[in-house]
Design a protein around this ligand. Structure first.
Ligand SMILES: [Zn+2]
Length: 366
């Protein structure tokens, strides 16, 4: 009896594992650009007048950076500078002289990109008015390089280039040298906007060090089958309706679990999260629900990482680790912790990152 129900449930739980994969790539690869319907992209540059270290030249440099990318896009992207964003859709640019406002200590600017099911809906660029430690002043050349780099992220280039001459290279050296978009940068943009290259964009995202998302995902997709094994308690092996027609909380939890899989299939992440979170509340001991919610959090952490939203990536990763430790395999836990270590590292939280690394060692990591 238990066996039969188990095998009936297996296909749907497997579907969840797979749909997480397709749902993820829908956002990260297929739609990680500004859709045609949102062009020209409204750009709102908030005046930096009140920010110490600001000079009007910085705004001209930033506008030039947008122009350069528009030309490099060969007609695929247009911008319109506006005083206010309508409904929050578009790119906002702001200056700060406070380095602590940046979540990443690696760059002198930062861009957070917010996608929905169709593509990028908004992006926030934060630029520093103060020079990096190794420079006495923030020169025009350096400001231009940072501006070009961050606008590149805002347009959907999630991956850093491995070539030091590219603007989209991961490190911006503190030097006062003229710079311009390279062929590599133009190709990166073309790839983000070309349907043919979608798959390769997603699969190579891991190379940058930012793209631990795809590493996590790949590992989890491979392990999806393990997650679908119901626990020995048989708590997963419940039909979704009982003979009497009344739905117990555990049954409702499983129904929500399956609805979440459907939501994932259609790329509705928010809906999938709310359904799985509700399912988890109703059936907190159900291994299938717990493991799936953990995987969803982990994938959302990856998406947040691609969007360069480190605080959100960290939050999701921690939620994922808690659930995966309880409900899933050690291999999946190690994958999540590896991603978490990279996130903490990027956020400059070295002490916490070391703790995660130590934990990985106790789990048997080399
Ligand atoms: Zn960058």
């Amino acid at each position: 009896m238990k066996r039969l129900l188990t095998s009936l449930l297996l296909p749907s739980s497997l579907a969840i594992g797979l749909s997480f994969l397709s749902g993820y790539s829908a956002v990260a690869a297929d739609h990680f650009n500004w859709p045609k319907s949102r062009l020209p992209i409204p750009v709102c540059i908030v005046s930096g007048k009140s920010v110490p270290g600001y000079r009007p030249q910085l705004e001209s440099i930033l506008k030039q950076a947008f122009d350069d990318w528009m030309i490099a896009s060969a007609g695929k992207i247009q911008f319109v500078f506006v005083d206010k964003l309508d409904g929050g859709q578009g790119i906002t640019c702001q200056w700060t002289n406070d380095r602590a406002k940046l979540t990443s200590t690696v760059e002198d600017g930062e861009t957070i990109v917010v996608p929905d099911a169709e593509g990028i809906t908004s992006a926030k660029i934060l630029l520093l008015t103060v020079p990096p430690k190794a420079m006495a002043t923030l020169t025009d050349n350096y400001a231009r390089r940072v501006a070009l780099h961050e606008v590149g992220h805002a347009l959907g280039i999630a991956k850093h280039s491995s070539s030091a001459s590219d603007i989209m290279f991961g490190t911006i050296y503190p030097e006062d040298k003229a710079c311009a978009l390279t062929e590599g940068d133009t190709a990166a943009l073309a790839s983000a906007y070309s349907p043919a290259d979608k798959a390769s964009t997603a699969s190579t995202a891991g190379a940058s060090g930012v793209g631990t998302a795809s590493d996590l995902l790949g590992g989890q997709a491979a392990d999806a089958e393990k997650i679908s094994t119901p626990s020995a308690s048989g708590s997963n092996a419940l039909p979704t309706t009982s003979k009497s027609g009344t739905e117990t909380p555990a049954m409702r939890g499983l129904r929500l679990n399956n609805e979440a899989a459907e939501a994932m299939n259609t790329g509705k992440f928010d809906l999938a999260v709310s359904k799985l979170e509700e399912a988890y509340k109703l059936a907190p001991d159900n291994q299938l629900v717990g493991a799936n919610l953990g995987m969803l959090y982990s994938n959302l952490s990856g998406v947040a990482m691609m969007s360069r939203n480190l605080p959100l990536a960290e939050t999701y990763s921690k939620k994922a680790a808690t659930l995966i430790e309880k409900f899933s395999t050690k291999a999946n836990l190690m994958l999540v912790l590896r991603g978490q270590g990279a996130i903490l590292h990027m956020a400059g939280k070295e002490a916490e990152a070391l703790k995660v690394e130590a934990r990985l060692k106790t789990l048997g990591a080399k």
